[in-house]
Design a protein around this ligand. Structure first.
Ligand SMILES: [Ca+2]
Length: 179
């Protein structure tokens, strides 16, 4: 009888240990997921902030160029929304550089580089630019040149780098008018 009691006690202890282990495991998983959610939130905010800064920088660069080409169509510029022959974004490479807003249409910056084509430390980010003419009546997209243009800078983030689809996308637009 004593032996049975001791055996039962031992069994109970083992059961208690197992229950305790389960409780600890559940607690650790809980703490882990809270930590992970916290980290994701921090990381998401960091990505968002970086994307916003990268977009703002490139938008400033684009808008620092001539808003309308000096030759071409009736509104004092326009023509093809593309760079002139041989033009590139980066200075100091023996080629003419982008000198008007239209040159940036369909430009893709991947990996992220500065104006001298030095890679910047933003792994997983990609920037691109879209320039479109707008219909002055309703600001819808226009296939032919008008006196309204919209510049959009898009920043995509994908740590895997394949961007299909992106993990996070941020974009800013600016409408410019011919004056
Ligand atoms: Ca140009």
């Amino acid at each position: 009888m004593i032996f049975l009691k001791r055996y039962n006690n031992r069994a109970l202890s083992l059961l208690e240990i197992m229950i305790t282990l389960v409780i600890i495991t559940v607690a650790l998983v809980g703490i882990g997921s809270i930590f992970s959610v916290g980290m994701n939130a921090v990381n998401k905010n960091k990505v968002k902030l970086t994307a916003r800064n990268l977009a703002k920088d490139l938008m400033e660069e684009v808008l620092s160029k001539a808003h309308w080409k000096t030759d071409g169509d009736a509104c004092g510029g326009g023509g093809a929304l593309a760079p002139e022959t041989g033009e590139i974004r980066w200075v100091g490479m023996g080629s003419p550089t982008f000198n008007d807003v239209d040159d940036y249409n369909n430009f893709v910056d991947n990996p992220i580089t500065d104006i001298k084509k030095n890679p910047l430390p933003y792994p997983g980010f990609r920037r691109s630019v879209i320039v479109k003419f707008l219909n002055p009546v309703d600001l819808s997209d226009s296939q032919s040149p008008t006196s309204f243009k919209k510049v959009t800078v898009i920043v995509d983030y994908d740590p895997q780098g394949n961007f299909s689809p992106s993990v996070f996308t941020y974009s800013i637009s600016q409408i410019i008018t011919y004056t």
